[in-house]
Design a protein around this ligand. Sequence first.
Ligand SMILES: [Zn+2]
Length: 401
Amino acid sequence: MKKKIFAVCLTAVFLGLGITPGLASDTKIQNYKNELKQNEQQMTNIQGQLNNTTSKKTTAKEEVEKLDTELNKVNSEYESLVERLDKTNKQLEQAQKELAEATEKREVQYDTLKERIRVMYEEGDIGYLEVLLNADSFSDYLNRMEYINRIMDHDNNLLADFQALEILINEKVNEIEDCKKELESLTAKTAAKKAELDSKVQEKLDLISKLSADEATYNQQLSDLEEDNEYIKSLIQKAEKEAAAAKAAAQAAAANSAASYSSSNKIYSYGGGRFLWPVPAYVGVINDVYGYRSSPISGKSEHHSGLDMKAPYGTDIVAADDGTVIYSGVRNGYGNCVIIDHGGGYSTLYGHNSSLCVTVGQSVVRGQVIAKAGSTGYSTGPHCHFEVRINGQYVDPNPYL
Ligand SMILES: [Zn+2]
């Protein structure tokens, strides 16, 4: 988006350059220099934005480094927790296996005891009662009784031992299960922290990539402006060369000019205006400019109302633009004179002609021959006195040529 606006601005700069060639070379050069200054100001602004962006990027990179360090720590914590959880699961599995074995032993022992009691009470012929009743004597009976009690005690003790073992292992299983739950909760919390850090890092990386894109845009803008400046500098150089050449030519023409007023060959700086140079055979060559001057006849200072263009006797004088002839005849100091109305308040005047080729009311087109050059009226030699008038008032013809 920024890039697009920028392109439009550049176009405007070039359009601005394009519509100024009618101005005098000094003004043209000054305009180029102003464009250059504006570009340089813009470049300073963009460079500032670029520096700001680069500094933001550096900060973001430092933050990413910090987050990475933290993330590495959390990652290793997480890995350690997962390892511990794995180990605990194995311990739990082992303890549960031991518990199953203990339970089985206890059950087997209980069955054994039950079997012995059943034998004692139900199967008299091979049971403890028979053993007791078959005693030889009372002391034998007591001995047998003692023997049976020992067997019973032994069975009872075994059962109690197995039961105790079973309870112990069960406690161990519960303990491991508690430990596992705690580890699982810790692992979940660490995983959440890890995810949060991951997302923060991603956020920063996105920011860095956006800042990098901005940097690229600013750099492109700077290089475009630099290119533009090089172009403007070349235009300035060209305009300065042209101005110097025109000045040298004018000086040479002035130095070489004969004493006669009409034979001087000054080069006139003009171009881009609406009117055609009315002497096609000597385009751009003048004898005298518009404005205050020393009169070629009286020598006194006077205001010259037009441009005196080089035009030897009999040279074609043409209409500077389409229009209607509103004057064709002798007119005071102008001698044989033609005035053409171009509409919109604009008219042009051509003086000192030797002969006239148009009549009042006649329509003429741009470039049409309207008169032949001469030296009639207030004149020291053949030339064309050309005036531009706006609403009847003469003006400097320069911007209109
Ligand atoms: Zn004149």
